[in-house]
Design a protein around this ligand. Structure first.
Ligand SMILES: Cc1cc2nc3c(=O)[nH]c(=O)nc-3n(C[C@H](O)[C@H](O)[C@H](O)COP(=O)(O)OP(=O)(O)OC[C@H]3O[C@@H](n4cnc5c(N)ncnc54)[C@H](O)[C@@H]3O)c2cc1C
Length: 417
């Protein structure tokens, strides 16, 4: 045997599986097809800027992050808890009243938070804010859109803020995601202050990998899995490896390459990264566009942020880094650079002609779909010795990937006896 367990895929779920198995005294070999660990969480250095492969944030309020990650070691640089809403020439700053009391007046007098909407939001989200179990264990679920309609949340707070923000975070323009899952996500945003590690998002998987006894085998794709009576065989380009069990943590789009499970549906985003001229005046807040008549973004940019305002380590001193996120529709169509530049000029109130594109990431498999239904899914056995895990077997997030990894380790340890 080459190890007790072979883990295929060194994203958050695979790394967490390996860590928990090792903590229980098992020997583990982790195989990763790419040249570094992280999966969907990778960071590149481009002309002195840190550029994540798709804008994402780490929320220290996720229970699994609190439990398993050394957050202080990552040096999180936090975003403001709130958003700047641009509507035509008007700019409104909405902020969490307890975290940013200096913006309380602008939030209350914005006209965006109408009393009727505020009440409806409190009714819709309040119970989950007080206790996550209300949403995670609820028997009833429906789509986000239907749920917000039923709650009577139909004014500017919904049209100009919630719909746009959630579509960007969930990569779902249709509001087809589970309402209970959206509640849990908003709870985490309200309770935590998401941010970016000093060394980029990839510092998170690297922290997980650094704790492993054996280094991850990079550039080693698993091509085939074969179950034998006493072992499972993993075929790679350089030979066969044997273990008592295998954990397949390859990301939703690759599940079908190695197992008989159907490929889970995924949602996509694109992120543009710009070196901006001048210093954006938005501070560390996400910027949402509400310029379309009737509410929502007038162009393709779903949200944008001056990353260097929240996370100075992402840019050389005195330089500005701006991200812009657009949705990828089902046909894979995405917005062109000119449309994105036009949106950004409007949103930042400045010419973007001299802004330079540092990177553009098109990510059709940003997250697995999270339709209405039970929130907590489970890793799945596809044979006597093969277990499939990943965010698509839990929830579509870093929290979900960590939980999926922990569950997989427990299930395999039990099966090995
Ligand atoms: C743009 C973007 C924004 C996001 N925003 C957020 C956010 O703000 N907050 C949040 O919580 N989550 C966010 N997410 C989701 C989060 O990143 C994922 O849920 C999480 O990283 C998934 O981890 P995973 O281990 O399940 O899968 P993956 O990260 O996909 O890991 C799978 C790994 O398996 C490897 N692999 C595949 N096939 C093979 C093979 N045959 N052999 C060996 N290795 C193989 C892949 O190379 C990869 O490294 C975002 C994701 C993206 C892309």
């Amino acid at each position: 045997m080459d190890a007790d367990v072979i883990v295929i895929g060194a994203g958050i779920a695979g790394l967490q599986t390996a860590r928990r198995l090792e903590a229980g005294g098992r020997s583990v070999l982790v195989l990763e097809a790419e040249d570094a660990v992280g999966g969907r969480i990778r960071t590149d250095r481009v002309d002195g800027f840190l550029v994540d492969r798709g804008f994402q944030v780490l929320n220290p309020a996720y229970p699994a992050v609190r439990r398993w990650i050394d957050v202080p070691e990552l040096g999180i640089q936090r975003f403001g808890v709130g958003a700047i809403v641009r509507s035509g020439d008007r700019t409104t700053r909405l902020a969490h009243p307890a975290r940013h009391p200096q913006h309380l007046l602008s939030t209350v007098t914005s006209g965006i938070v109408a009393p009727r909407d505020a009440l409806a939001l409190a009714r819709w989200l309040g119970p989950t804010l007080l206790d996550a179990r209300v949403a995670s264990r609820a028997e009833h679920d429906e789509t986000l859109r239907a749920s917000l309609d039923r709650a009577g949340l139909t004014g500017p707070l919904r049209r100009d803020v919630l719909d746009t923000f959630l579509a960007g975070v969930l990569a779902d323009a249709d509001g087809a995601t589970s309402a209970n899952y959206a509640r849990l996500l908003l709870r985490a945003f309200a309770l935590g202050a998401p941010g970016l590690p000093r060394a980029g998002m990839q510092a998170l998987p690297e922290q997980l990998a650094a704790g492993l006894a054996a280094p991850v085998r990079l550039g080693t794709a698993a091509r085939e899995l074969r179950e034998r009576t006493d072992a499972v065989e993993v075929v790679t380009d350089t030979g066969r490896l044997r273990a008592r069990a295998a954990v397949v943590a390859v990301g939703p789009q690759h599940v079908g390459d190695l197992t008989s499970l159907p490929t889970p549906e995924t949602h996509g985003l694109t992120t543009w990264w710009f070196r901006a001229t001048g210093r954006p005046r938005t501070g560390p807040f996400l910027v949402l566009d509400a310029s379309r008549p009737g509410g929502g973004p007038a162009g393709p940019v779903q949200h944008t942020a001056a990353i260097s305002e929240a996370a100075p380590s992402y840019a050389p001193a005195g330089r500005a880094l701006v991200e812009a996120t657009t949705l990828l529709d089902r046909s894979g169509e995405h917005a062109g650079e000119e449309d994105v530049r036009r949106d950004l000029a409007r949103l930042y109130g400045t010419s973007t002609r001299r802004w330079e594109v540092l990177a553009h990431h098109v990510l059709p498999h940003t997250t697995p779909a999270q339709p209405p239904g039970p929130i907590a899914r489970e890793p799945a056995w596809t044979g006597e010795r093969t277990l499939v895990t990943g965010d698509h077997r839990a929830t579509a997030s870093i929290q979900g990937a960590l939980v999926a990894g922990s569950q997989a380790a427990r299930a395999v340890a039990r099966a090995l006896g």
